[in-house]
Design a protein around this ligand. Structure first.
Ligand SMILES: NC(=O)c1ccc[n+]([C@@H]2O[C@H](COP(=O)([O-])OP(=O)(O)OC[C@H]3O[C@@H](n4cnc5c(N)ncnc54)[C@H](OP(=O)(O)O)[C@@H]3O)[C@@H](O)[C@H]2O)c1
Length: 277
């Protein structure tokens, strides 16, 4: 693919930073967007302000990496900041892409969107149902992920279903956090590997497709948290943050990354040699 100009929304975040580097190293030009730093400073939830900030600019692609997980609340509802960014933020960024003349749109999604439940030992693929709800505390997150993907597909975009992030700038580098003593396994991805996959998806990904971007060997949160975890009995964790109970205890999943390997030529390498920190 010839070098392109990309508007990267969320460029200062855990994935945004290594992605800016990876895109630049691949020869692309990056216009960074966030509220506090970068080429374009705007609140993506303020449609008018966003479009005003972009007036007169052009780009070939828009990559949506906006989340607000640092502001996580005890209970997650439809007003949860990350859910709003996935629903309204995606709509605003798609309008922004149209204003910029961008032909490609990539959105951050999450493997947990397959459903916060025990999926057994069979590795899930992109053809498995996505957005399965359980009636539990994670349902609004699932709604947000499904909305972001559907909106992206409607404009021939691509969804990147990342595993749970680890590496610099992630939860693991931010001090101790609660993990259950016992819980299910989930797929993980180092942020540098996630960034590399995103560049490949930009360059080679097919319209209206989702790609699982994770390591194939899953692990429990406690195993991954290592010395940064604060192990708690499940009932205490659930009482403190019901969403974490759903994500860390109720959910167990293996996820295949064969599509990303075969169709994008992606190989997770940073995660293989780097423990969570
Ligand atoms: N798959 C995963 O496991 C996964 C996915 C995402 C995040 N995380 C984790 O969550 C942790 C907390 O991160 P976070 O969710 O707060 O994300 P983050 O890593 O800080 O990135 C969020 C990005 O979006 C920008 N942003 C947020 N709201 C915005 C808005 N309304 N308008 C424009 N830009 C906006 C932020 O910049 P400004 O604040 O400057 O605007 C930042 O660049 C991360 O360290 C990571 O470990 C994990």
């Amino acid at each position: 693919m010839v070098p392109v100009r990309i508007l990267l929304a969320g460029a200062t975040g855990a994935i945004g930073r290594p992605l800016t580097t990876a895109l630049t190293n691949a020869g692309h030009e990056v216009l960074t967007l966030s509220r506090t730093a970068g080429d374009i400073r705007a609140d993506a939830l303020d449609r008018e302000a966003l479009l005003r900030a972009l007036r007169g600019r052009t780009a070939d692609a828009v990559i949506h990496q906006l989340t607000a997980l640092k502001q996580a609340r005890r209970t997650v509802d439809a007003n949860d900041p990350s859910t709003v960014l996935r629903i309204k933020g995606t709509a605003n960024l798609i309008e922004a892409a149209q204003l910029l003349g961008a032909q490609r749109f990539l959105v951050q999604s999450l493997v947990l969107g397959y459903g916060y439940l025990d999926h057994g030992d069979r590795p899930l693929t992109e053809t498995d149902p996505f957005g399965v709800k359980t009636g539990g505390p994670a349902d609004p997150v699932v709604d947000g992920l499904v909305s972001a993907e559907r909106q992206a597909f409607a404009v021939d975009g691509i969804a990147l279903r990342y595993g749970v992030f680890f590496g610099p700038g992630t939860w693991f580098s931010r001090g101790r956090f609660p993990v259950p003593l016992r819980g299910g396994v989930v797929p993980w991805v180092h942020v540098r590997d996630a960034a590399a996959a995103t560049v490949l998806a930009l360059e080679r990904g097919a319209a209206r497709e989702a790609y699982n971007i994770c390591m194939e060997n899953p692990a429990t949160w406690r195993e991954m948290a290592g010395r940064h975890g604060l192990p708690l009995p499940g009932r205490l964790l659930r009482a403190a943050v019901p969403y974490l109970g759903a994500a860390m205890i109720d959910t167990s999943m293996r996820v295949s990354n064969a599509k990303a390997r075969n169709e994008l030529g992606w190989e997770p390498v940073a995660g293989a040699s780097s423990p969570p920190r």
